[in-house]
Design a protein around this ligand. Structure first.
Ligand code: PLP
Length: 376
């Protein structure tokens, strides 16, 4: 099997599976219980907080566990918007955010907020000046992702907090780092985020566990009310097994910087080979994160190619996994022509993929092009 769909989800690492199992069979107590079983479970949660905190250079009391990246994004977006409501109504975001941000801001727009969605340039990049210009003194939330899930484009987030201060906006800054975490070094202080979202299943932990970093001193209304777990910010008994699995996966990330450098070389060679075919078009910008490579084979529909490749156990995605069959809005926003959008494939790599797999992928793609009828 060749798995080039790691941005949809990636295979859980062994240590993570072991940690989940151990928390299900040995340390299965409720972290809120006052006896030893509870204490052991609480230790797992606290240890996981320390692990995640050190991975993003935050304090451990700034880490909250959620059920997924979607919940983290929703909590930050609604929380920040409602908190700022009395002082402003503008939300600044980009047109290429994940649906868990775009759908949330759409809901807020229906409630009367003004949403500014910054469009990407034709190469997929977002212009920093456009973000700056969009922020005004009525802006309550700026939500900009760190890495786009379809093209791998890295967004210019590092000056956003500075712009907010310059514009004297009461805004909080949320950064969706779901596709960046574990692949790009992340320092929440350098990013200047008030909120930062992470998802476990993109880094070798199971599905169903997310993290929301909330800067110390920032208070927003929770999405869930109840027993007051996690300092009242996210009620609900902590999912200790998945938290343990996440912590173990974070520890297995290795040297992110070294991995990234290797990945740049890997992607450069892969792009040269793909360009060499003469029929593949590269849609990701040159400066994209090298774990995501968006390509098109104009004239051949994405789904047809995807299923052809699947017969040889090669797994890729047509756009993002969330867009299931719909043409990519991200590529559409870049102004790419319909033929390119309709034939897009997203290859997303892990550090375990090899050039031999790229060679096999290209061979199979060539076969597909020879045997499939052009769609126009
Ligand atoms: N944000 C981005 C950029 C993503 O790529 C995804 C998932 O693909 C999410 C958020 C949602 O994460 P989850 O699947 O954990 O809800």
């Amino acid at each position: 099997m060749i798995y080039f769909d790691n941005s949809s989800t990636t295979r859980p690492v062994e240590k993570s599976v072991e940690a989940v199992l151990s928390a299900l069979t040995v340390n299965w107590g409720n972290p809120s219980s006052l006896h030893t079983l509870g204490f052991n479970a609480e230790n797992i949660v606290n240890e996981a907080k320390r692990t995640v905190a050190s991975a993003i250079n935050s304090r451990e009391d700034e880490i909250y566990f959620t059920s997924c990246g979607t919940e983290s994004n929703n909590t930050a977006v609604f929380g920040a918007a409602y908190k700022g409501k009395k002082r402003g109504f503008r939300i600044v975001t980009t047109a290429i955010e994940h649906p868990s941000v775009l759908e949330a801001v759409k809901r807020l727009e229906d409630e009367g907020f003004e949403v500014i969605r910054i469009k990407p340039e034709s190469d997929g990049n977002i212009n920093e000046e456009a973000i700056k210009d969009a922020i005004d003194d009525k802006t309550v939330l700026v939500s900009v992702m760190l890495v786009n899930n379809e093209t791998g484009v890295i967004l210019p987030v590092k000056n956003i907090k500075k712009f907010i201060k310059e514009k004297n906006a009461p805004a909080l800054f949320h950064c969706d780092a779901v596709q960046a975490f574990g692949k790009l070094p992340i320092d929440v202080n350098k990013i200047g985020a008030d909120f930062l979202s992470v998802s476990g299943h993109k880094i070798g932990a199971p599905k169903g566990i997310g993290v929301l970093y909330v800067k110390k001193g920032v208070t927003v209304k929770p999405l869930l009310f109840g027993g007051g777990q996690q300092n009242g910010f996210r009620s609900g008994t902590e999912c200790v097994p998945l938290i343990a699995g996440l912590s173990a996966a974070v520890k297995e990330l290795g040297n992110i910087k070294e991995n990234l450098e290797k990945q740049y070389d890997f992607c450069k060679t892969a792009k040269e080979k793909l360009n060499g075919t003469g029929f593949v078009k590269i849609n990701s910008p040159k400066n994209a994160l090298p774990y995501i490579l968006n390509i098109s084979v104009p004239g051949y529909r994405s789904e047809t190619l995807l299923h052809f490749l699947e017969q040889s156990e090669i797994y890729v995605s047509s756009g993002s996994a969330c867009s299931k069959g719909k043409g990519s809005y991200v590529l559409g926003e870049m102004g790419l022509d319909k033929k390119t959008v309709d034939s897009a494939l997203r290859l997303s790599f892990s550090k375990f993929n090899t050039q031999e797999e790229i060679d096999i992928f290209i061979k199979e793609l060539e076969k597909a092009v020879k045997s499939l009828k052009r769609s126009n």
